[in-house]
Design a protein around this ligand. Structure first.
Ligand SMILES: [Zn+2]
Ligand SMILES: [Zn+2]
Length: 526
C-alpha cells in the first residue's frame, strides 16, 4: 500500500494524491496548479502515473485547485467513476466547463504571442468536450454514508465546512491481509462561517493527510458580530462618499457569504436600502446551487432563508443576465457591484475597475487574500496608478479591506479541529501549504499533539504498510518528473514587478538626464 503526492506538496495548489494497493489504484483530488507562471507550467506536464490504470477518483470539494485537472485525467485515458457529494457535483457542472473555456482562451492568446515570436503553438490542457466527458463520470455520494467503490476499500464523506459540498474523507483500505485507515482533510473551513454548518470531526486514524494553508499563522480573532460590524462600517463610510461600492469576490462561497451578510445587515437596518448587483455569470449559476441545498445551511442562514422566502430573495438584490446589462452598470451611481474574479486578474471586475477606479466618490472593498503579482495585490498595497487592458488608470477611489472572511481555518482552527482526535497511530502528512507553513505545522503537530508528522514534497512516495517509523519517503527528496514544481524564487513575478517599477520611475521622473543615467545603469547590468 503506497501513497504518492503529485500536487499541493510544497505548495498550496494542484492537490492530487495517488493511492495504490495490490488490486487497486485511485486518486484523491485532481487539481490545477494556480498562481505564478512557474507553478502553472505544472499543468502542462505529463501525469506521473498512467490515468488509464486509475480505478476511481474521490473529490473533496469543487475548487479548481482540487478538480481542475479532472478533464485532463479523462483526456489521457481515465474511465472510472468520480465520487463527490451532490452539491460538489452540481458545482462542478458550472466550474469545469468554465475552466475549459479559460484554458481555450489562454492558449489562444499564448499561441498568438508564440506565432509572433516564431515559436511552436501549444495545445490547450483540455477543452470543453473533455470537461463534459469528466462531468459524465461524476457520481454523487451522501455524507456519513459508507460506500465501497471497489472491494477492499470503504469510503465515508464528512462535512469540512470550507465551501458548499466540501468534505473530508475517511478511507479504510485492505492490502496483503492488513487494514489501514486514512483521513484526507481536504480544505477545512473555520467554525461560525456565514451559511455553512461547522465542520464534522473524527477521533482516530492510522494516517492523516491534512491541509496547512495557514499552518504557521493565526488571523486576528473575530466573531460574527465583529465581521458584520466591520462590513456595516465600510458600507456606511462608502455611502457617505456617494459613489459605488465595488467588491471583487470569488464566484464560489465568498459571493454568497457576502450576500448573506448584506441581507442580515439590511434586515437589522444597519445599512441603507442601497441596491446590490451580482455581475458574474458564474457566481449567478453557483448561487442557484446554494439555493438548491438548504440542508447545508447553519441555523442563521436557515432563519434568514425562512424569513425572506429564500436565502438570496431580497428586493434589493439582483443578478445581471446579459453583457449589455453589465455595461449599463457604468451609468448607475449608487450601487454595490459584486463581481469576479476575487483577485481582479480576470473577468468582469476588470471592466468595473477600469470605469470606476479614477473616481474618489467610489469605494473598492477587498474581502479575500490577494496573491502576489495580481491587480488586487497592487491596489491593496496602495498603487497610485494601475494598468488595465493596456490603459493607465489613476486610483482615486477609496480602497478598503476586511479580513473577517476566510475560506480556511487558521493554525488555531486546525488545532481545534484536531482536538478531538485521540490517536493517529502511524503518521500525519502535512500538505496544501507553502513549505514554511507545512513544515512549521508538522513540527507543531509533533510538539503539541505528539503526532509523527512530515510535509511531503512533489512526487514523493511513502509505503503505508511499513513498520514504524515511516517518516522517510521511499523515493529521494527531489522532483521525480522533469519540470516538476520547484518552490524557488519566481523570476516571472520579479520580471513583472521590475516592469511596473520601471514604468512608475518613468512616470515620476521627467528629467531626461536622471532617466538616462538610471537606464544606462540597468542596461549595463543585463
Ligand atoms: Zn478549497
Ligand atoms: Zn485548496
Amino acid at each position: 500500500m503506497k501513497i504518492s503526492f503529485h500536487g499541493a506538496a510544497g505548495c498550496v495548489t494542484g492537490s492530487n494524491y495517488l493511492i495504490e494497493t495490490d488490486n487497486m489504484r485511485f486518486v484523491v483530488d485532481c487539481g490545477m496548479f494556480q498562481g505564478s507562471k512557474t507553478l502553472k507550467e505544472n499543468n502542462y506536464r505529463k501525469f506521473a502515473y498512467d490515468p488509464a490504470t486509475v480505478d476511481f477518483a474521490l473529490i473533496t470539494h469543487a475548487h479548481i485547485d482540487h478538480t481542475g485537472l479532472l478533464p485532463k485525467l479523462v483526456k489521457h485515458g481515465f474511465k472510472g467513476a468520480i465520487y463527490a457529494t451532490e452539491p460538489t457535483v452540481d458545482l462542478l457542472k458550472c466550474l469545469l466547463p468554465d475552466s475549459a473555456h479559460i484554458q481555450e482562451i489562454e492558449v489562444m492568446q499564448k499561441n498568438k504571442r508564440a506565432e509572433r515570436k516564431g515559436l511552436e503553438p501549444v495545445d490547450p490542457i483540455y477543452d470543453t468536450q473533455d470537461a463534459e466527458n469528466a462531468i459524465a463520470l461524476l457520481k454523487s455520494v451522501e455524507r456519513h454514508k459508507t460506500f465501497e467503490p471497489k472491494a477492499g476499500c470503504r469510503v465515508t464523506f464528512f462535512n469540512a465546512g470550507h465551501v458548499l459540498g466540501s468534505s473530508f474523507i475517511e478511507i479504510e483500505l485492505k492490502d496483503k491481509g492488513q487494514t489501514r485507515k486514512i483521513v484526507f482533510s481536504g480544505d477545512l473551513g473555520e467554525d461560525n462561517k456565514p451559511i455553512l454548518n461547522d465542520p464534522d470531526r473524527f477521533t482516530e486514524t492510522d494516517f492523516l493527510v491534512v491541509e496547512s494553508t495557514y499552518g504557521n499563522r493565526n488571523r486576528a480573532p473575530h466573531n460574527k458580530e465583529q465581521r458584520l460590524g466591520e462590513l456595516a462600517e465600510v458600507f456606511n463610510r462608502a455611502e457617505k462618499r456617494g459613489g459605488k461600492i465595488i467588491i471583487p469576490a470569488f464566484a464560489l462561497e465568498r459571493t454568497q457569504d457576502l450576500l448573506h451578510d448584506i441581507m442580515i445587515l439590511k434586515e437589522q437596518k444597519k445599512i441603507s436600502g442601497i441596491k446590490v448587483v451580482v455581475d458574474s455569470p458564474l457566481a449567478t449559476e453557483i448561487t442557484k446551487v446554494f439555493i438548491k441545498y438548504p440542508e447545508c445551511y447553519d441555523q442563521d442562514a436557515t432563519e434568514i432563508a425562512k424569513k425572506m422566502g429564500g436565502l438570496f430573495d431580497h428586493s434589493d438584490i439582483r443578478f445581471t443576465k446579459s453583457v449589455d446589462e453589465s455595461k449599463a452598470l457604468n451609468d448607475e451611481k449608487k450601487i454595490v457591484i459584486l463581481s469576479a474574479s476575487g483577485m481582479c486578474d480576470a473577468g468582469r471586475i476588470k471592466h468595473h475597475l477600469k470605469h470606476n477606479l479614477w473616481n474618489p466618490a467610489n469605494t473598492v472593498l477587498f474581502v479575500g487574500y490577494q496573491a502576489e503579482g495580481t491587480l488586487g495585490r497592487l491596489l491593496t498595497e496602495g498603487a497610485k496608478t494601475v494598468r488595465i487592458h493596456g490603459e493607465e488608470i489613476n486610483v482615486g477611489a477609496q480602497i478598503e479591506q476586511i479580513t473577517g472572511y476566510s475560506g480556511h481555518a487558521d493554525q488555531n482552527g486546525l488545532l481545534n479541529w484536531l482536538s478531538l482526535v485521540k490517536e493517529v497511530r502511524q503518521q500525519v502528512f502535512v500538505v496544501h501549504g507553502e513549505p514554511e507553513s507545512a513544515d512549521a505545522f508538522a513540527v507543531l503537530l509533533n510538539e503539541k499533539l505528539g503526532f509523527r508528522a512530515v510535509a511531503p514534497r512533489m512526487d514523493e512516495v511513502f509505503e503505508l504498510l511499513a513498520d514504524l517509523p515511516v517518516l522517510a519517503p521511499i523515493k529521494p527528496r527531489q522532483p521525480a518528473v522533469a519540470g516538476a514544481v520547484t518552490t524557488a524564487g519566481d523570476s516571472h513575478n520579479q520580471y513583472a514587478e521590475l516592469m511596473l517599477k520601471l514604468a512608475e520611475f518613468m512616470r515620476s521622473n521627467k528629467d531626461e538626464k536622471v532617466r538616462s543615467e538610471k537606464l544606462s545603469k540597468l542596461l549595463a547590468e543585463v
